[in-house]
Design a protein around this ligand. Structure first.
Ligand code: XMP
Length: 516
């Protein structure tokens, strides 16, 4: 049976995916739709609640996103957030004006009742970010919260089940934000909370069995979180009908290829095909030093090796991919009407291009409706090891973008060993969960050192570690000196051909996370 549905109407704000994630964290399934989605389509989806997101515009601008008044006549509860709150007021005949002073950041509000604020103290901190405010409420509405500079920080028309908040309940800076969303979902919309990962696994496994029947399924497994969890789900559904193709180009971290192979051959029922093609890659990369050329060569070689193996395996069944919900939103395919005003942001690496000569019976994307944290929850329930489920991002070209200049087998070995020491020390230090990504880089620089009585002239290793929310910007991580000292000592002592270690203290921007 389909889950009860909440629809998030996207007006172009930066927190849209966050709103949807928070709704799902409350146990309610939700999907993001553009503000241009026809009302008939929204009606046909039979949502039990609708949330309008924020957005960067001003409701009075002609080109700003608007929505037909009809949506308010469907009898479906609506919660407008930030710009969405102004849309509620403006569309129903209220007034929106420019603030004398924009409100930005943590602001104290006082609430004066209403279903949304049940269990919320009279005064609390919320996250505001607006330059317009609702200066006159539409008929039938009353104010339920205000701040010093915003007389209508929240308002409602409970008879029509219409609610609006000028602040952002979805961000963690809003102390009681989650209570407010929960109140909307459970007290106003009456959701039962039927979105649970256990149910998701059972339902998806049943659907996959029905769809696949007796056919075969091929999945490209990279060892990343998404393809690993997709492999786990498909294995549970169809066992040996699943073949995973794992291309090991020799540019993974130390022992990673073996770990992936052992995990999936020992813990899961499936056919596992590993293609070891390190030599092919190293030959193709011989003498190449330009970063873009290196990336292109690695990409092209991977494409050729992978699809050749797929042709060899046969294409009579289904092709599976680890596409997740944000991949579809970001590529514009999750949302027929486009994502807010932006259509296609990027083509995502999880959605692979298929060569023209290859045709499968169909494509299967078992994780296509899940956010990353949900994918991880499913992975844990399927028994996929913690290291894989919580694996940090790893670039497609692997260590190829962490060895500057020409890539050789010797340099790969040096970098793998140094990186393994770093990983070991960080995992022992207890700070691993604070770092979003950490790794070693081989900058292809040799420096003079001294070992015993001898002069050395050997490699320098750089350590990169960052904290970030979304990888668009990042801070260099303030790893305690004693941990850095242990890492440096061990790398110089244990890794042959390294005599110096430096720490990268550059944030993004101006640096990027990777060095190439
Ligand atoms: P940058 O270096 O752009 O990295 O600041 C941001 C995040 O993206 C990862 N990254 C990649 N991921 N293919 C990928 O799948 C790539 O070519 C690639 N380049 C960078 C990087 O590891 C970081 O998490």
């Amino acid at each position: 049976m389909a889950n009860q549905l909440c629809i998030v109407i996207d007006f172009g704000g930066q927190y849209n995916q966050l709103i949807a994630r928070r709704v799902r964290e409350c146990g309610v399934y939700c999907e993001i739709k553009s503000y241009t989605t026809p009302i008939e389509e929204i009606k046909s989806l039979n949502p039990m609640g609708i949330i309008f997101t924020g957005g960067p515009n001003s409701v009075y601008e002609e080109s700003s996103p608007h929505i037909s008044k009809e949506i308010f006549e469907l009898g479906i509860p609506i919660l407008g957030i930030c710009y969405g709150c102004q849309v509620v007021a403006y569309t129903l005949g209220g007034e929106v004006s420019g603030c004398e002073k924009s409100e930005y950041g943590k602001i104290e509000i006082s609430q004066i009742g209403g279903l949304l604020f049940e269990g919320v103290p009279e005064k609390s901190i919320v996250w505001m970010s607006h330059t317009d405010f609702v200066s006159k409420l539409p008929e039938g509405f009353k104010v339920t919260a205000k701040s010093d500079d915003c007389p209508a920080a929240a308002f409602e028309n409970p008879d029509k089940k219409l609610y609006a908040v000028q602040f952002h309940p979805e961000v963690t800076h809003s102390e009681y934000g989650k209570n407010i969303l929960r109140n909307f979902l459970y007290e106003v919309c009456n959701f039962s909370g039927d979105w649970k990962m256990d149910d998701f696994i059972d339902t998806t496994v049943a659907q996959l069995r029905e769809q696949i029947g007796g056919k075969r399924v091929i999945l490209g497994l990279s060892g990343g979180v998404d393809s690993s969890v997709a492999a786990g789900l498909l294995s549970r559904a169809v066992g040996k009908q699943l073949t995973c193709v794992f291309v090991d180009q020799g540019l993974m971290r130390k022992d990673e290829g073996n770990f992936v192979e052992q995990t999936f051959t020992r813990l899961f029922d499936m056919n596992f095909v590993r293609v070891n093609c390190k030599d092919k890659f190293i030959t193709a990369l011989k003498g190449v030093t330009d970063p873009e050329d290196k990336r292109k060569i690695i990409g092209t070689e991977f494409y050729n090796v992978f699809w050749d193996k797929i042709r060899e395996q046969g294409t009579d069944g289904f092709f599976a991919q680890g596409t997740i919900y944000p991949d579809r939103i970001e590529s514009g395919k999750g949302n027929k009407a486009g994502h807010g005003k932006t259509d296609v942001i990027k083509t995502h690496h999880n959605m692979v291009e298929m060569p023209a000569d290859i045709q499968f019976a169909g494509t299967i994307e078992p994780l296509k409706d899940l956010f990353k944290d949900e994918v991880r929850a499913v992975g844990e329930k399927l028994g996929i090891p913690h290291e894989l489920v919580w694996r940090q991002p790893f670039p497609g070209p692997g260590l190829g973008v962490r060895i500057l200049g020409e890539i050789t087998e010797d340099k790969i070995k040096v970098l793998q060993e140094a990186d393994a020491v770093l990983r070991d020390e960080i995992s022992k230090s207890g700070i691993e969960s604070e770092l979003k990504q950490f790794f070693a880089v081989l900058p292809n620089v040799r420096t003079v050192g001294v070992m015993g009585d001898h002069r050395t002239y050997d490699h320098l290793i750089a350590i990169r570690a960052v904290t970030t929310d979304d990888f668009m910007t990042a801070d260099w991580a303030k790893i305690p000196y004693d941990i850095l000292a242990r890492v440096s000592n061990r790398i110089c002592n244990e890794v042959e051909h390294v005599n110096r270690v430096v720490y990268d203290i550059t944030s993004k921007p101006p640096g990027t996370v990777e060095w190439e």
